[in-house]
Design a protein around this ligand. Structure first.
Ligand SMILES: [Zn+2]
Length: 300
């Protein structure tokens, strides 16, 4: 994940290229192709979003919608550890050779209508911030664009892509953002600066749009090289890159903490054959508790 700045202009950007770590994140699940592609793009988007906000803890983006793909979740820690999952209507997956098969659905048909939310779980005393936007547009990238415009009033252009290659799942994203100019100054020079600023922005969007998706997903082309290819005439400067890796923070301790907050009846309903099983949605790890250890949790 490479943040970059363009020359002396007020434009910043991010490039993320996800390789084997994304493959690990997606292979935790056994989703239909279209769902995996959407999750790949969503993890690329989450990685870039996390790099636009300063936070301690975890940033989570999530969709909720009424289509067959009802939920996408991407969770990123401030140290670049990502994980994600999807909830979808499995009956679609069983209908093969029909228009209802997942792989024939457009993005809109796949998600239907709903919203995308962003939350940050900070350490202890810090509040979690939440932004919510309607899922609008024909791709995740256009939903993300409207997120930035509505939620933080920052003009943003984003391209996201994912694919399955012979080496596994790959995804990438690139975005440019225009920081608002400071107010004040006399009107003539303001107009001049605004015009220059608009030209810089238009050029950045065109240059980003000139990128081929294969360049974004090709592992042989680093984020640095891609930034230089696209923006060398704009005086692009790469900032400190961050490694993104897959990981899950689930543990027996965390399960215990969740269980200790539940009412006794609810816990008892979850017990099958004397054992309570919790499966992590992110990594499919199985955590089991026998009835005797549950008693200690409930009474504590
Ligand atoms: Zn887990």
């Amino acid at each position: 994940m490479l943040p970059f700045l363009l020359g002396s202009s007020s434009i910043s950007g991010r490039i993320v290229k996800l390789g084997t770590e994304l493959d690990r994140a997606i292979k935790q699940h056994n989703y239909p192709k279209n769902i995996s592609l959407a999750l790949g793009e969503f993890l690329a988007l989450g990685s870039m979003l996390a790099a636009t906000i300063k936070f301690d803890g975890n940033l989570k983006i999530q969709t909720h919608s009424d289509g067959p793909l009802g939920m996408l979740v991407a969770d990123i820690s401030n140290s670049g550890v990502v994980r994600g999952y999807a909830n979808y209507d499995e009956s679609y997956d069983k209908v093969s050779n029909s228009d209802f098969s997942f792989n024939n659905l457009s993005f809109n048909d796949l998600v239907g209508s709903g919203y995308m939310a962003l939350t940050i779980d900070q350490d202890k005393n810090k509040q979690s911030y939440q932004g919510v936007v309607e899922l609008k547009g024909d791709s995740l990238a256009s939903c993300a664009k409207s997120y930035f415009l509505q939620s933080v009033q920052v003009k943003t252009d984003i391209i996201l892509a994912a694919e399955y290659t012979e080496r596994g799942w790959r995804a990438g994203g690139i975005m440019v953002q225009k920081m608002p100019l400071e107010e004040g100054g006399d009107k003539v020079s303001d107009k001049y600066i605004l015009d220059l600023d608009k030209e810089d922005w238009d050029r950045a969007v065109i240059l980003m749009g000139s990128m081929r998706i294969s360049e974004l997903l090709d592992e042989e082309i680093s984020a640095d090289q891609l930034a230089f290819r696209l923006f060398h005439n704009e005086g692009v400067r790469g900032l400190e890159a961050q490694k993104i890796r897959f990981g899950c923070s689930c543990s027996r301790d965390r399960c215990e903490r969740v269980l200790s907050t539940l009412p006794r009846e609810e816990i008892e309903e979850m017990v099958k054959n004397g054992v309570l099983t919790m499966v992590c949605q992110f990594c499919n790890s199985v955590h089991t508790f026998d009835v005797s250890s549950l008693d200690a949790l409930i009474s504590s």
